[in-house]
Design a protein around this ligand. Structure first.
Ligand SMILES: [Zn+2]
Length: 505
């Protein structure tokens, strides 16, 4: 039987049968695991990235420093490395925020700017707080007359449970589930046209509010103990200040409005939006394949981060694990048959911009990409692989993860994961995956000021590097390329306000 047919036949076997007559070359696994577990440099690299280079907002000087430093680290480990540019958009620089409750009593409010939103033009702007529903064009139209001169709460507060209080009863859970269901209604239609219309509406909304005279919007941090969440993108530049505030403050303002206490807020916000679009870069490094250098296994993570903390778990950990997997592969002396390419993307937080640009620029070579393996769920150890709509690969993945079963990384499940760089490759038919990981408090650190080096778990990161290195080596040495996934047009992302919503006042 030709090699390709043999491999396909084996892929259709049950996991047990596949393990019995495996096509997976596990001979390098022991050396790679020993390198990653016993000679790790992942924590030292992560400390440098987190504490010395610091947060890596795409478009900032620190982002470029991180690109240059990682390229240099890859070279020091024996890989070739370069930066690949792509068009990004305008930069954004965070300035100072002062937000105060001035009625019914005075108190500081914990607030930070949403990225790519404007400041208050050097002024402190004071006005009433208005509770609105800005979830749809129709609901915005209903509130247009009520937001002039006001700071706007765009929706009811998020249902945050007191983590130190009694556990939820069944009745509590039912109420909370209903609140979450209602909150999800405006985004429940996932048809492409509906998603695109929502994205356009999100771009247009701050222009509509500005034209209606609003001072700015306030966003619920939605987490306990004043932990923040934030986002933003140069494809959604807002002419109005948009501030994420502590959940505790948001919920209090909401209660004051409902109680008729007429809360008033004073805000002074300084942000700088760049005037001209700039480039950004992905760091790309590789170990050239010994037999099929034109066929490539990609290990990926995003090097950029938000800037309230230092971007340790999102995604310094993933980036430094990819770097560490590269070190383990290079220093093990193993010679993978296919090329293993490590890509540290930028622009991920602004909408997978770096990986989308990379996948588009290399579309002609997509059929020679064996697979893309991304690590982007925090500091937790790898528990296994979600198959991203490719259940026929379960047998193969059980075999690939067999050598790391003793590290607890051998679960294989049929699930599709969203929100990170592997998605950018799927339209081109490339098998793309994001590893499953232990949570390790990722819901707290994610996009918050608490995303700092002290949250990194050393043993977990060593394990993750071992898993990535082993899986990459095995995929590089498989007899054949994996069957392609379905191909489709990459989605278009709107980045400009609709005609008519931009006013000059
Ligand atoms: Zn991330």
């Amino acid at each position: 039987m030709p090699r390709r047919l043999l491999a396909l036949a084996l892929l259709s076997l049950s996991p047990a049968a596949l393990r019995a007559q495996t096509v997976v070359d596990t001979t390098g696994a022991g050396a790679l695991i020993a390198q990653a577990m016993d000679h790790s440099e992942v924590m030292a690299n992560l400390r440098q990235l987190s504490d010395i280079i610091g947060p890596r907002l795409s478009g900032s000087p620190a982002m470029r420093r991180a690109n240059d430093w990682t390229a240099e680290r890859f070279r020091a480990y024996g890989l070739s490395a370069a930066l690949e540019a792509y068009p990004f958009g305008v930069t954004w620089e965070r300035g100072t925020v002062l937000l105060r409750l001035v009625a019914p009593f005075t108190r500081q409010i914990t607030a930070h700017s949403w990225a790519w939103t404007a400041g208050t033009g050097g002024k402190a702007l004071t006005g009433p707080v208005v509770l609105a529903d800005l979830s749809t064009p129709d609901s915005v139209a209903a509130y247009k007359g009520k937001v002039r001169g006001a700071w706007v709460l765009p929706r009811p507060s998020y249902p945050v449970w007191n983590p130190d209080g009694p556990a939820m009863t069944a009745a509590d859970s039912t109420v909370r589930a209903e609140v979450l269901r209602v909150r999800g209604l405006p985004t429940s239609d996932t048809a492409a046209a509906a998603v695109r219309a929502r994205r356009q509406f999100a771009i247009d909304l701050p222009y509509i509010l500005k034209a209606a005279g609003a001072l700015g919007t306030l966003i619920d941090g939605s987490k306990e103990h004043a932990l923040m969440t934030m986002s933003g993108s140069p494809s959604r530049v807002s002419p109005l200040p948009n501030l994420v505030i502590a959940h505790e403050d948001y919920a209090m303002l909401e209660r004051q409005v409902i109680a008729g206490a007429s809360p008033r807020v004073e805000g002074r916000v300084e942000n700088t939006i760049g005037r001209v679009p700039v480039q950004q870069w992905n760091t790309v490094a590789e170990i050239r394949g010994s037999e099929r250098p034109g066929e490539v296994v990609i290990l990926g993570a995003h090097l950029d981060s938000w800037d309230l903390g230092t971007g340790t778990t999102d995604n310094g950990t993933g980036s430094m694990v990819v770097l560490e997997a590269a070190r383990a592969l290079a220093q093990s002396g193993l010679k993978p048959r296919r090329t293993i390419r490590c890509i540290l993307f930028s622009g991920e937080e602004q909408g997978l911009m770096g990986s989308r640009a990379y996948a588009a620029a290399h579309a002609a070579d997509a059929d020679s990409i064996q697979a893309v393996l991304v690590l982007d769920n925090g500091t937790g150890a790898v528990t296994g692989q979600a198959l991203q709509g490719r259940p026929e690969l379960a047998g193969l993945w059980h075999a690939l993860l067999g050598p790391v079963a003793t590290l607890g990384a051998d679960s294989v499940r049929d699930a599709s994961k969203s929100g990170t760089d592997h998605l950018s490759f799927l339209p081109y038919g490339v098998p793309g995956f994001n590893f499953d990981q232990l949570p390790r408090g990722y819901s707290h650190t994610h996009h918050s000021q608490s995303d700092t080096y002290d949250k990194a778990v050393s043993g977990d990161l060593k394990q993750a590097a071992a898993v990535m290195a082993v899986t990459a080596y095995e995929l590089a040495n498989l007899p054949d390329l994996l069957p392609r996934g379905p191909k489709r047009e990459p989605e278009e992302v709107p980045s400009k306000p609709s005609a008519g919503v931009v006013t000059t006042n």
